[in-house]
Design a protein around this ligand. Structure first.
Ligand code: T4K
Length: 428
């Protein structure tokens, strides 16, 4: 059988059933988690700055070498609180190549995100472009350490200082990563981490604001709790951004296994790199391994001209085989409906090119070496047979067949259910 006929896209049996997800949560020691939950129930203290939240904040602050850690219910609300505590208003310069939460957190506060292009080598906000976008309405810069790879914090800090701007970082991807030997968490005026289930270090939902600025920390801590200061007085406009004790119990249990999770990510990243390096037009985004890295994202850059196959067709082929690769972060925030309506003429060359090339592959503890090898095998088959695949896929599209439905157990069940009434049985 020709190799491409073994691909599920062309009718072969799907390689992964059930499918493989990008962002399958890492689960720490279940017994420890259950014991913590038992204690929590015994204590009858479920939220509002409980002992687990305080313990998690202390452990995170120590791990990152930062003065203050304020645990929050998720990074999106954390970014909103940090932006408000930092006094951001008017316009804030932010990369477009990021998860949309970065932009939303500003817009939700009535701040205008001014989208900036990225450096194609690092995928991070380009400081040279930042400087061009500063206007009298600019109050701050919100960088994103995409994939956990640090921004050029020095150049951004220099711009912020010269123009009197606040500097925040969305560090959602960058927990336990370092930059020039210093842990991310203490750069700029404040940084915000995500501990969402899909992050390698997770508390289910959750996140943290970290800062070395005492006054900003005091404001953020109060704003997280409706703006309450000491003795029941409301000092600020606040929100409910508190992390609850269940989430903190999960976070502490993740913390116990932090090194193990990183080790698995590192192993997977190296396996992907070894297997895919040398494949024309396909590049595994690199980490600087002289720094601490969490390796939580395995990101491919697919250059259609050299690979012979585009990112989107590759994603369709992988998905048909049950590898639910993600087009992070497509198409760039500036081209999303809520933002393009306000800024119709923005062109961000590198962001637009990269957002058409990037794809994230499964890793973490849910992906063992055999799994990684099989995913690499699919990518290699697709690229090495691009000459045959691309015309065949075009033919399918022209004939109206489109991409095949991934034949997982779930989709087979649902197809069976939709067929059921015709067969005279009830659906269920
Ligand atoms: N800034 C940046 C740069 C970010 O990347 C994010 C979040 C934020 C800010 C905001 O952080 P949070 O407010 O969330 O703390 C996911 C995550 O929901 C989001 O947290 C993350 N970034 C983003 C990159 O990925 P989606 O829309 O891709 O999620 P979803 O539901 O498609 O899940 C991803 C895959 O993971 C799916 O294939 C299913 C699988 N999954 C997911 C969950 C929740 C599981 O297997 N188990 C699970 O429990 O956004």
């Amino acid at each position: 059988m020709p190799e491409i006929n073994r691909l599920a896209y062309f009718g072969g049996a799907p390689r992964f059933d059930p499918p493989l997800h990008v962002g399958r949560p890492n689960i720490g020691d279940r017994d420890n988690l259950v014991a913590r939950i038992d204690d929590m129930l015994e204590r009858r203290w479920l939220t509002n700055d409980g002992p687990y939240v305080q313990e998690l904040e202390a452990r995170v602050a120590e791990h990152l070498g930062v003065k203050h850690c304020i645990a929050v219910c998720n990074a999106t609300v954390g970014l909103e609180i940090a932006a408000r505590a930092a006094g951001l208003a008017g316009e804030v310069i932010v990369p477009s190549l990021t998860f949309v939460a970065t932009a939303h957190s500003l817009r939700w506060l009535g701040i205008r995100p001014v989208f900036c292009d990225v450096d194609p080598a690092t995928h991070n906000i380009d400081p040279r472009e930042v400087e061009r976008l500063i206007t009298p309405a600019t109050t701050g810069i919100l960088g994103v350490h995409l994939w956990g790879r640090p921004c050029d914090t020095e150049a951004l800090q220099d711009i912020a200082r010269r123009h009197g701007l606040m500097l925040l970082f969305d560090a959602a991807h960058a927990f336990s990563c370092s930059h020039h030997g210093t842990m991310i968490g203490g750069f700029g005026d404040a940084e915000v981490f995500s501990f969402h289930a899909t992050k390698f270090f997770n508390s289910g939902e959750g996140g943290a604001i970290t800062t070395n600025d005492d006054a900003l920390a005091e404001r953020a801590r109060a704003m997280r709790n409706f703006g309450f200061g000491a003795a029941d007085t409301v000092e600020y406009v606040g929100t409910n951004g508190k992390m609850n004790e269940l989430a903190a119990a999960m976070g502490l249990t993740s913390m116990d296994r932090l090194d193990g999770f990183v080790e698995v990510n590192r192993r997977n990243y190296h396996a992907y790199q070894k297997c895919l390096d040398g494949l024309p037009g396909v590049k595994v985004a690199r980490y600087d391994e002289t720094e601490r890295c969490n390796f939580q994202y395995v990101v491919l850059e697919v250059d259609e001209l050299r690979a012979g196959i585009g990112r989107d067709l590759l994603v369709d082929i992988l998905r048909a085989d049950g590898v639910l690769a993600r087009r992070y972060f497509h198409p760039g925030c500036h081209r999303m409906k809520p933002y393009r309506a306000h800024i119709p003429r923005v062109r961000l060359r590198h962001t637009e090119e990269l957002s058409g090339q990037l794809l994230a592959l499964p890793t973490g503890t849910a992906a063992d070496p055999e799994t990684v090898a099989a995913v690499c095998g699919l990518v290699r088959t697709a690229v090495q047979n691009a000459d045959a695949i691309v015309p065949a896929a075009r033919h399918r599209a022209a004939s109206g067949a489109g991409a095949p439905i991934r034949s997982t157990a779930a989709s087979r069940r649902s197809r069976a259910r939709s067929a059921a009434p015709a067969a005279g049985t009830s659906s269920g």
